[in-house]
Ligand binder design. Structure first.
Ligand SMILES: C[S@@+](CC[C@H](N)C(=O)[O-])C[C@H]1O[C@@H](n2cnc3c(N)ncnc32)[C@H](O)[C@@H]1O
Length: 209
């Protein structure tokens, strides 16, 4: 799925996602609960400096923007960037492929929260540990990485979901499998919670010392 795909999907995206969640179907079963979990975790840090990776139509970040959070974000779809910038005129939104790292404009910035909802599967598995370590380095002490996405505790639960989804399963997406990722980032003490049969939530806190 490239930026042009998301440009075309941008106007129907919100309705499609909710319909899929309501039907409890892959890939968006648990979408609203995942966003609520992300928002609950973020509410613990009112007014924080937030970086949203793959902000899309700003379903998550607009709520934060409207309540005084300082928002930066990366998304590689120009159309998603346009829609989100209209909703959040003062946010620093950059059209950029976050799988490649952080752009120069924010390379030296530090954030209290780095959040990503339903976009981490666009980072190839081989790059996931490197990107997470870079994002960790971009946190202020006491900051947190929050990733909600299509995700699985282990390979067996991914296989169950793949069987269940049948032809709907997207072979091009690299869904997080926590048991495979965990050893690569164990030094960051990641925590994982399963939200639905195909949604999961990764939390990594940066300690003060
Ligand atoms: C499924 S949508 C999720 C949007 C939003 N975060 C949400 O929860 O509804 C994925 C978003 O990530 C963006 N995206 C996908 N791969 C990306 C990449 N490599 N770099 C930057 N943005 C990417 C897409 O353009 C799209 O806006």
């Amino acid at each position: 799925m490239d930026a042009a795909f998301f440009d075309r999907w941008s106007l129907e995206y919100d309705d499609d996602v909710i319909a899929c969640d309501e039907a409890n179907l892959y890939p968006f079963a648990g979408y609203r609960r995942t966003l609520e979990s992300l928002l609950d975790a973020i509410k613990a840090k009112p007014g924080a400096k937030v970086l949203d990776l793959g902000f899309g139509t700003a379903k998550l970040t607009q709520k934060l923007y409207d309540t005084g959070y300082e928002i930066s974000g990366l998304d590689f779809s120009p159309e998603m960037c346009r829609i989100a910038q209209e909703k959040m005129p003062k946010a620093q939104l950059i059209c950029f492929d976050f799988a490649q790292g952080l752009p120069d404009a924010i390379k030296d910035a530090r954030f209290d929260i780095i959040v990503s909802s339903y976009a981490f599967h666009h980072v190839p598995d081989s790059l996931k540990p490197t990107r997470i370590v870079e994002w960790y380095d971009a946190l202020n002490p006491g900051g947190v990485i929050l990733i909600g996405d299509v995700a699985f505790l282990n390979e067996q639960s991914l296989e169950l979901s793949r069987d269940d989804a049948g032809d709907e399963w997207d072979e091009d997406e690299d869904y997080m499998v926590f048991s495979s990722l965990q050893p690569e980032i164990a030094h960051l003490s990641p925590k994982y919670e399963q939200i639905s049969h195909c949604a999961g939530f990764l939390t990594i806190y940066k300690t003060y010392c």
